[in-house]
Design a protein around this ligand. Structure first.
Ligand code: ADP
Ligand code: MG
Length: 262
């Protein structure tokens, strides 16, 4: 089974320490949400895991082989069509052109794009459609580790719900591990098996919460109630600036208790 282990991760931009002694574990088939206020180092951490940024110090072990990222901005190639954008990673893997086009078309359909969208260029697509293309491009390479940096935050709730379903299906059918960043606690409660709360200055983990309710059995009521319970946790309140206070350097671990089963 593929796994990722990070310990003693430090990162500085110049003299400013933005990540201090960060650690995390992630296993195949698991969805881990990193939650925290803006500026606490979530994107920096994701870029380090993706290999796009070299940290000041780290001990990192990973047996994942296929890694795909989806960012908040879709980051499509403006001079390539929808089909070619989706197939970008497949081309790099050496998949022949006809097979690439077929797989891109199937994924586009799965993401709710129309057949005529395949020949369009990014500027001809709405923001929501670009997000669908971006997710399709990431899934095209059949990643075993998917890194998501708030890709849903600018989308309307209908499209969000639809892409959540696609993500859920991916995890269930392919056993993909997902590391998702969000500043939306409710999104984390809806999608994650585990939630890690980060705080800034310097960026670090302060609270870990394990959700035992299977994702398919999470009703809206359950999501609201669990989010409300988490909003009462001291680390979460201080982390999001709702309360004043100092947080310890050590992380505290908690499991969902059985009483919460709406
Ligand atoms: N390239 C950079 N150079 C200098 N400082 C940066 C750079 N990128 C991010 N930062 C700073 O590092 C901190 C963490 O940023 P970031 O990882 O983007 O946080 P988040 O994604 O949680 O909002 C912030 O204070 C941000 O201003
Ligand atoms: Mg960010």
């Amino acid at each position: 089974m593929s796994e990722l282990h990070i310990r003693h991760l430090y990162h500085r931009y110049g003299v400013t320490e933005v990540l201090a002694d960060v650690g995390l574990d992630l296993y195949a088939g698991e969805t881990l949400a990193l939650v925290g206020p803006s500026g606490c180092g979530k994107s920096t951490l994701l870029h380090i895991i993706a290999g796009l940024l070299t940290p000041s110090e780290v001990v990192m072990q990973s047996t994942f082989r296929g890694l795909a990222c989806v960012f908040q901005e879709p980051r499509l190639m403006p001079w390539k069509t929808t089909a070619d954008n989706i197939a970008l990673g497949l081309k790099a893997l050496g998949v022949p052109k006809t097979a690439r086009q077929r797989q891109a078309a199937a994924l586009a359909q799965r993401m709710g794009l129309a057949p005529e969208d395949l020949a369009k260029y990014p500027h001809e697509l709405s923001g929501g459609m670009q997000s669908r293309v971006s997710l399709a491009r990431a899934l095209a390479i059949k990643p075993d580790l998917l890194l998501l940096d708030e890709p849903f935050s600018a989308l309307d709730i209908g499209l969000k719900a639809e892409l959540y379903r696609q993500l859920e299906e991916q995890v269930q059918q392919q056993g993909t591990a997902v590391l998702m960043i969000t500043h939306d606690l409710m999104e984390a409660v809806r999608l994650a098996d585990r939630i890690l709360m980060m705080v800034p200055d310097p960026g670090r983990m302060v609270y870990e919460f394990t959700l035992q309710q299977p994702q398919a059995e999470r009703s809206s009521t359950w999501v609201y109630q669990t989010t409300a319970e988490l909003m009462q946790v001291r680390e979460v309140r201080i982390g999001f600036g709702l309360d004043e206070g100092e947080l310890p350097v050590q992380i505290s671990h908690h499991e969902q208790h059985s009483g919460c089963s709406v």
